[in-house]
Design a protein around this ligand. Structure first.
Ligand code: BES
Ligand code: MN
Ligand code: MN
Length: 485
């Protein structure tokens, strides 16, 4: 990779960002008003609108934009925005692929929102709240706010250099199904394999910082395997007076089985589950221990006492989140859940069970192992129905990679601070796809905070974080643009 000649001279772009801050926030509010909930078919049109909105911004930033439909006629998906900047003839830096998602999570429970989720509110911190001014809306930090930081950096680049992306060779890919399993992304990546393979590195802003004012680069995300299991008992719902005590209650039996997923040390009991997990290195453990992070404080923030610091025995909270796999029950239901009482033994009970994966764990094998394990624990007289919903592998990027170092340098230019090297327990399916299919590494340059209420009511993004991100991306583009033959 070519070295930057005049690294860090992003001043004009930074000045542009400062001068256009109010307009940028206005743009963010506009985008956040579009309720692009990907999992809900009722919002399909909104997803198209959110994609188009982003496409217009990228066009305004001088990129060549395509809004690509996905799915099939019978099962349409949400469009993928693909935009390119060709780069100057003597550009010698990497061809960067920027990925983000314009879709958002559903908003329920609605009654817990302080303001309607798609009517963004800009407000200062209230008494007892940390941080400063913020925008409160669904998608504020995950991921529209973070994608817009990059788009603003592109606006700044065009305005200050007269060239799209400042002369950097760039591809932007914005997906609309990240929050619902990215079902149409894999076929899309496959169909554009040739074009995408030309990219050298992927950059994603969809993760968090170490803390307020402490920027970070995330060098790994966990993988995910998401399943649904249904335990069937009788052929119909039964009167619990007539049948209680005479035949299996599938809710009780399902709960008993799933309660055995963890042993007394909170290790997952599925045989072979840990087989492909790499042990944590001494260096990594030592580095993570040095990070300014308090498990106690983090628990306090979510209303829990220190005693709640539980998980797999032998690992710290950070290690458990970043480097250990987990099994979680995400939902469990059956029988009567309405108002009042109904004396029923249901015909079946269902649970959503997902696994966060690390290292070389195979997201296609884990559900099979889990289903086998369920079968071995089949309660008398019952039968299972299994569904493998979606999944993707975890990825880790080499911390010595020159691409990562350029990003670190850009963050230093923009914030004056050294970015901490962290991982996250969350998953971003595209990263695994790019790695396995195209051999492309991903650098996660995110500016969220742990208390941003991602996926929760009152999601927010603090404007200081938004500024840091936009500045960092502007400096990143400037550093890249300086790489010349
Ligand atoms: N941006 C998140 C991932 C994330 C969350 C990173 C918190 C860092 C901190 C992403 O949009 C997300 O929610 N991913 C899902 C993936 C799933 C729906 C396939 C996840 O992790 O559950
Ligand atoms: Mn996200
Ligand atoms: Mn998300």
């Amino acid at each position: 990779m070519a070295k930057a000649k005049n690294a860090g001279t992003a001043t004009p772009a930074l000045q542009w960002l400062a001068a256009n801050r109010a307009a940028a926030i206005g743009r963010l509010v506009e985008w956040l008003r579009i309720p692009s909930i990907s999992t809900d078919p009722k919002h399909a049109k909104d997803c198209v609108a959110a994609a188009k909105w982003a496409g217009e911004q990228l066009t305004a930033a001088g990129l060549k934009v395509e809004i690509c439909p996905t799915g099939t006629a019978g099962k349409p998906g949400h469009p993928i925005v693909l935009a390119t900047a060709g780069g100057d003839a003597d550009y010698a830096g990497p061809h960067v692929l920027f990925y983000g998602h314009y879709d958002v999570q559903p908003c329920d429970p609605l009654e817990l929102w302080e303001s309607p989720p798609f009517e963004p509110v800009i407000r200062p911190a209230r008494k007892g709240e940390k941080g400063g001014e913020r925008v409160v809306a669904r998608g504020a930090v995950d991921d529209k706010g973070q994608v817009l930081m990059f788009i603003e950096a592109l606006h700044a680049a065009l305005a200050t250099t007269g060239k799209p992306a400042g002369g950097v060779k760039l591809t932007v890919m914005l997906e609309g199904e990240e929050e619902s399993g990215s079902a149409n992304l894999e076929p899309f990546v496959k169909s554009r394999q040739k074009q995408l393979k030309a990219c050298d590195v992927c950059v994603i802003s969809d993760t968090g910082m170490l803390d307020r004012g402490l920027p970070a680069i995330t060098y790994g995300v966990r993988g995910l395997a998401y399943t649904e299991v249904r335990l069937h008992s009788a052929s119909r719902d039964l009167h619990s007076g007539q049948w209680g005590g005479r035949c299996p209650n599938p809710i009780t039996e399902l709960a008993k089985v799933l309660a055995q997923l963890h042993d007394k040390d909170r290790k997952v009991t599925i045989p072979g589950f840990y087989k492909d997990v790499l042990a944590l290195s001494k260096t990594e453990r030592a580095n993570w221990a040095k990070l300014k992070f308090s498990a106690k404080a983090a628990l306090k923030e979510i209303g829990l006492p220190p005693a709640a610091d539980i998980g797999e025995k032998g690992y710290t909270a950070t290690e458990r989140e970043w480097a250990r796999p987990t099994a979680e029950i995400n939902g469990i239901w059956g029988g009567y859940t309405g108002v009042g009482a109904k004396t029923v033994i249901p015909a079946y009970a269902t649970a959503k069970v997902s696994f966060r994966l690390v290292a070389n764990q195979d997201e296609t094998r884990i559900p099979k192992m889990f289903f086998e394990w369920c079968k071995k624990h089949t309660p008398p007289g019952c039968r299972w129905e299994f569904t493998n919903l979606h999944g993707g592998p975890g990825v880790t990027c080499d911390v010595d990679s020159p691409y990562l170092q350029t990003a670190t340098a850009a963050i230093k230019d923009a914030t004056g601070k050294a970015a901490a090297l962290i991982k996250t327990g969350g998953s971003i399916p595209v990263a695994g796809m790019l790695k396995t299919r195209l051999g492309i590494d991903t650098i996660f340059m995110g500016f969220g905070l742990d208390d941003d209420r991602v996926h929760s009511p009152n999601e927010k993004f603090e404007l200081e974080c938004f500024d840091m991100g936009a500045r960092s991306h502007a400096c990143y583009l400037t550093r890249l643009a300086a790489m010349r033959r």
